[in-house]
Ligand binder design. Structure first.
Ligand code: SAH
Ligand code: SF4
Ligand code: F3S
Length: 479
């Protein structure tokens, strides 16, 4: 342990060289335990966790909240009033950084003015970045503690230390840790649950920071996954989303022949009414998986299949390991799943993307007519290979490409939704809608629908007739 003169207590700092390393060792499993001495440190104190980024982070937040509640803390909805505030951050694009740093600035102000004893923590993917943690140590001394994505289970100890020593406590592992089972979870939704099936990513797409922030791919033991789903079924959950950066590669790091297709089938057999999974990398999507999806009614026919670009040149530079033709072949096979909807992610303005490359992306979208798409301008990330590529396209050109792409994909979302008018669909009812007097939920094909219905149906799967279609949602009435 290094004691810094600036008042930091550094147990371990992030290191990209370490984070990039991959070995073939199978990671160990350990069980979360909490020291009895700590379970009162939160008595009469409140917490607030703010989450940025993807479902992985949302799910980590569920664990973090439950750990804090084990320590006696109570949730406070107003971030500026809480005694302990934790920002669970995302590194994927520059604007995610800006949001988190913007919030830190606001918290500093509040800590100086009105909530002087506020304890501020930072975790998540930004905590795995060397530069971020160096900046926190130098310029953000009011941040009390930092922990990374590999040591979430150490939170009670880190927080306790930060409170007792009044120093800035930093513990970020660069090498992925063990798989930790038995973490408590305060689930955000009573009917829909996230279940991790794997951690990390070994794909190293050249633009992407995730392999550095989340470590090497580690699949969870299938028995632990099935046990968790069975428990959720007993507790009345209606839907699980199997989570991973690249779920189709499930099992490849274990010494077994058990694949994602096998896991999907076993999860479907638990009888949970709805099974979803994300995210799928086209490289590992197998015909066996398609067959399993077709065989089980409770595996939802909605697939997120990021394409990133329609140009083979750009795909190669991105390190995506498939061509446009291979993507389209898989896409056509997926379309044979009855009723299926397919969504995607697309990056515009990748270094060296020309107008002609971009037009190939548009052409691919004209063919695929995606039901939904998340579109981004390339954001250079420190520690990734694409950072070194020459990029001559101006931001203005990139913005124009994004605008043009969005216009096209939005047209297809609307068309896809309009095809639903008059149909009766299955909807898992989430809650009251923001639209006065209506409820909202998602169809089996993952479309958001606002509808007139019976409030008692919240948490149930009901039949709803689609009466109108917008670009991003449907309107309906319960049958
Ligand atoms: N594991 C998922 C992606 C997770 S990140 C997959 O491989 O599909 C979600 C999306 O963010 C990516 O699909 C990509 O479109 C986008 N993204 C990732 N890094 C980015 C970057 N540096 N700039 C812009 N978009 C990026
Ligand atoms: Fe990032 Fe590629 Fe891994 Fe997805 S598959 S998390 S885009 S490196
Ligand atoms: Fe962001 Fe980390 Fe998820 S970088 S997208 S929170 S894995």
């Amino acid at each position: 342990m290094i004691e810094l003169t600036n008042g930091s207590d550094v147990m371990e700092l992030p290191n990209y060289k370490e984070a990039r390393k991959r070995n073939t060792e199978i990671v160990e499993k350990e069980y979360y335990e909490i020291n009895d001495n700590l379970i009162n440190i939160g008595l009469n104190k409140t917490y607030h966790v703010k989450t940025y980024g993807c479902q992985m982070n949302e799910h980590d937040t569920e664990n973090i909240k439950a750990m804090l509640e084990q320590l006696g803390f109570v949730e406070e909805v107003d971030i500026f009033k809480a005694d302990v505030v934790i920002l669970n951050t995302c590194s994927i694009r520059e604007n995610a950084h800006n949001k988190a740093f913007g919030m830190l600035g606001r918290l500093k102000h509040v800590k100086e003015e009105s909530n002087k004893n506020m304890i501020i923590g930072l975790c998540g993917c930004m905590a795995q970045e060397e530069k971020v943690v160096n900046d926190i140590m130098k310029k953000y001394k009011y941040v009390n503690f930092v922990f990374g994505t590999h040591n979430i289970h150490h939170l009670p100890y880190i927080l306790d230390k930060a409170i007792k020593t009044k120093k800035q406590v930093i513990e970020v592992f660069s090498k992925e840790g063990n798989i930790v089972e038995g973490l408590p979870s305060k689930r955000a939704n009573r009917y829909k649950a996230f279940v991790n099936i794997m951690y990390g990513c070994d794909k190293f797409c050249t633009y992407c920071i995730v392999p550095m922030t989340r470590g090497k791919q580690r699949s969870r033991d299938k028995d632990d996954i099935i046990k968790e789903v069975n428990k959720l079924v007993k507790e009345g959950y209606k839907e699980v989303t199997l989570l991973g950066q690249n779920v189709n590669a499930y099992g490849k790091d274990l010494n077994t022949n058990y694949t994602m297709a096998n896991l999907l089938e076993d999860v479907a057999k638990t009888g949970i009414p709805r099974v979803r999974f994300m995210t799928s990398h086209p490289w590992d999507f197998t015909i066996d998986m398609i067959e399993v999806i077709k065989k089980y009614n409770n595996i939802m026919p909605s697939i997120h299949l990021p394409v990133q670009s329609g140009s083979n040149k750009v795909l190669k530079l991105m390190g995506r390991k498939y061509t446009k033709e291979e993507y389209l072949e898989l896409f056509d096979q997926l379309r044979t799943i009855p009723n299926v909807t397919i969504s995607t992610d697309i990056i515009v303005g990748f270094p060296s993307e020309t107008e002609t490359d971009f037009e190939e992306t548009l052409k691919l979208c004209e063919y695929c007519k995606f039901d939904n798409a998340y579109t981004f301008i390339f954001s250079p990330r420190e520690g990734t290979a694409a950072l070194k590529l020459k990029d001559e396209t101006t931001l203005k050109e990139k913005e124009e490409r994004l605008y043009k792409l969005n216009e096209l994909v939005n047209k297809y979302f609307l068309e896809s939704n309009q095809k639903m008018i008059g149909k009766v669909v299955d909807v898992l009812v989430d809650s009251k809608s923001e639209k006065e007097g209506m409820l909202c939920g998602y169809t089996d094909t993952n479309k958001l629908i606002n509808f007139y219905g019976d409030e008692k149906s919240i948490g149930e799967i009901v039949k709803v007739e689609v009466v109108d279609a917008k670009t991003w949602s449907l309107d309906g009435k319960q049958k």
